[in-house]
Design a protein around this ligand. Structure first.
Ligand code: HEC
Length: 92
């Protein structure tokens, strides 16, 4: 069981590693990192009208909220995918 979990964790890391050339997917990233707090349909975030720079700033903890700091977690492509996802009219 523990080994299986470890394998899963490694698999997820490999999949999320931008270096392997797999395209980042906003919906997947959102489901994994954001959904627990922001709902499974990006509720509350569709009103987010800030720029991508502002969005990145929020992820990097520049704004003082209780949201966890995702500094260094996402590459530029992943930030762009997440940004696109939360701003699309019907995410998912
Ligand atoms: C542990 C809970 C939690 C997680 C996980 C989380 N957030 Fe948040 N998020 C918050 C809280 C709390 C706020 C602050 C709301 C406020 O202060 O108005 C917030 C605010 C935001 C805002 C600003 C909303 C606005 O209208 O100004 C954005 C954008 C955002 N989160 C995106 C994300 C993304 C993308 C992820 C995943 C990478 C994520 N959040 C993960 C709790 C979380």
């Amino acid at each position: 069981m523990t080994t299986l979990r470890l394998l899963c964790a490694v698999a997820v890391l490999v999949i999320l590693n931008p270096a392997n050339g797999a395209p980042a997917d906003g919906a997947d990233l959102y489901a994994q990192f954001c959904q627990g707090c922001h709902n499974n349909n990006a509720a509350g975030l569709q009103q987010f009208t800030g720029s991508i720079e502002e969005f990145q700033g929020i992820l990097e903890g520049e704004r003082d909220t209780t949201m966890p700091d995702f500094y260094g977690v996402f590459g530029p492509e992943e930030v762009a995918e997440l940004y696109r996802y939360i701003r699309s009219p019907e995410p998912g």
